[in-house]
Write a protein that binds this ligand. Structure first.
Ligand code: FAD
Length: 513
């Protein structure tokens, strides 16, 4: 049995001091608290061969966002009389070394449903229970406990948003108390503690200034953004996701709180409670699925299904995913990733992804549909990987869930409804200001041609200083033909999936061919 009365607070996500039940428990009755963050090579190892700066798994924007969040957490902890202890290495090995060295009776960390953390936590828990150390691992990254919802549904996750809402009902949680101080950091012995590193110290070159997102990481910024969004009560009350403008980039149409929720700089429970408080003080407000509370519940829905579905992040072996013979066209994939499809609306969104790591939901819809069932018929897992690396809000459950949705592999099955890479963006932004901003090569293209520059006469292209095929690519496919072909392939794949379930006859299948 450990002799000490200290606690180790292991931060992974949950990078905040507000509403942090693990930190509250670690502080209660402890003589000292070790607030630890481990820099994990799995996510952070530099990859000089990657297609854009960063590590194999995370683009530079998300790494920077994380480092800013850690620096902010360190400064908040200092205000409480503590500080963040940073170590580097495989997290379970580092943690076990610390538990051996330090005066620890309680190990506290936020419960995490991602498969990577589930496996990591199993390793740690095995060691800890043998060592007689108490473990406290509360659910506070989400509003509901996904395991509870699955249990209420007889052991299976609900597969529609409406059934999720019915099962979930009103959440019951109480926010953890606001800390005014934490016990001091204990003796760290021989462990070599680092300061929160800079990008440069981690080996990343800071020369790619234009790649940097305008969104700064950290709890302070998260709470500032939240206050700013909530200050306009009418906006909150009337929020309807489907009515937002995906091309708005100077003032985005949504909160841009997703990266803060991803790293837990903002508590989803606190966000939820603040929204409910606003609703209490207005006459009328929108409701799920389109309201702001509804958006948070989409997050809960995907967390629940992801947690209860084996192989959720794959087509093969995933029971809720349609089996579709996607192609393996790496050339088309590379054109999409490099923002060189020749469709300015699609390419501008892909530039925003690379430079900002964030795009509006409907912009994500446009490019995901284009890559998969809409035009290129490339496997959703390939697009998912690129989003996973480049998004600053990259989230295992939500990203996979939305790719499954948008590729009509699960949840949503109306594959005939395809986003036009030309008219969809034009509806919101007829002048093409969004395209001009993210694709400056097209900045002088007249508005009649900005969504289809290949149709501009050569004289117009010359005047706009943008010759199509030389300065900007010709379209990689023709949308009308490609989308019809995709519809046909989806129809066949759906029929085959049905036949596999024994629901469609050979005769029907022949008719479809
Ligand atoms: P707001 O509209 O202000 O919503 C508030 C919060 O609700 C968001 O921060 C987010 O946590 C949650 N939310 C909103 N929409 C969704 C949704 N459709 N599904 C689940 N939660 C939602 N979101 C991520 O956070 N991480 C991802 O990796 C991610 N990948 C996506 C991939 C694709 C192909 C698509 C189509 C969508 C993806 N989304 C992802 C969902 C959504 O686009 C973003 O959550 C949203 O655009 C974030 O902006 P916001 O914070 O301003 O959202």
């Amino acid at each position: 049995m450990p002799s000490g009365s200290g606690s180790l607070m292991w931060f992974r996500k949950g990078l905040r001091v507000h509403d942090n039940p693990a930190l509250e428990y670690a502080s209660r009755g402890s003589s000292c608290v070790y607030p630890l963050f481990v820099i994990d090579p799995h996510y952070m190892e530099l990859d000089p061969d990657a297609y854009s700066p960063g590590s194999t798994r995370a683009g530079i924007n998300r790494i920077r966002f994380l480092l800013e969040s850690l620096a902010d957490l360190d400064s908040s902890l200092k205000k409480l009389g503590s500080r963040l202890l940073v170590l580097k290495g495989e997290p379970s090995e580092v943690l076990i070394r610390c538990l051996n060295e330090w005066d620890v009776r309680k190990l506290c960390f936020e419960y995490d449903t991602d498969p990577y953390y589930q496996a990591l936590d199993d390793k740690v828990k095995n060691y800890v229970s043998a060592a007689g150390i108490e473990v406290f691992s509360p659910v506070s990254h989400t509003i509901f406990d996904p395991a509870d919802i699955i249990e209420k549904n007889g052991g299976r996750p609900p597969l529609s948003y409406q059934s999720f809402l019915k099962l979930a009902g009103e959440p019951s949680f109480s926010l953890s108390v606001e800390l005014s101080w934490t016990p001091p950091v204990g003796d760290v012995g021989r462990c070599e503690i680092l300061q929160v590193p800079t990008l440069k110290e981690l080996g990343y070159v800071e020369k790619h200034q234009d790649e940097f997102t305008p969104f700064r990481g950290g709890e302070s910024e998260a709470l500032r953004r939240l206050r700013e969004s909530l200050s306009d009560k009418e906006w909150v009350a009337n929020f309807e996701k489907t009515k937002g403008d995906p091309s708005a980039y100077i003032k985005p149409a949504t909160t841009v709180l997703s990266p803060y929720l991803k790293f837990g700089c903002l508590s989803s429970r606190y966000f939820y409670q603040c929204l409910k408080d606003v609703y209490k003080n207005v006459k009328r407000h929108t409701s799920p699925p389109v309201s702001l509370v509804g958006q948070l519940l989409w997050r809960e829905f995907f967390y629940t299904v992801a947690f209860g579905t084996p192989n959720f992040d794959k087509m093969k072996g995933n029971k809720i995913c349609k089996q579709i013979p996607w192609n393996d066209d790496d050339k088309l994939l590379a054109a999409w990733r490099a923002a060189r499809t020749g469709y300015p609306w699609i390419d501008a969104i892909m530039v925003q992804l690379r430079k900002w790591g964030w795009m509006h939901h409907l912009a994500r819809h446009s490019v995901a549909c284009f890559l998969t069932r809409g035009d290129l018929f490339v496997h959703w897992e390939k697009g998912r990987d690129i989003f996973e690396r480049l998004l600053i809000d990259s989230d295992w459950a939500i990203n996979n869930g939305n790719w499954l949705w948008q590729s009509c592999s699960s949840f949503f099955y109306q594959y005939n409804r395809i986003y036009s890479p030309i008219s969809f963006g034009r509806k919101y932004d007829p002048n093409g200001n969004y395209i001009r901003h993210f694709l400056p090569i097209l900045k002088d293209m007249p508005k009649e041609y900005i969504y289809e520059p290949w149709t501009a006469p050569l004289s117009v292209q010359t005047k706009a200083k943008c010759i199509i095929g030389r300065d900007y690519p010709k379209p990689v496919i023709l949308h009308d033909t490609a989308s019809n072909e995709c519809r046909k392939k989806m129809g066949e794949a759906y029929a085959l999936n049905q036949r596999l379930k024994g629901l469609v006859s050979e005769e029907d299948l022949r008719k479809l061919r």
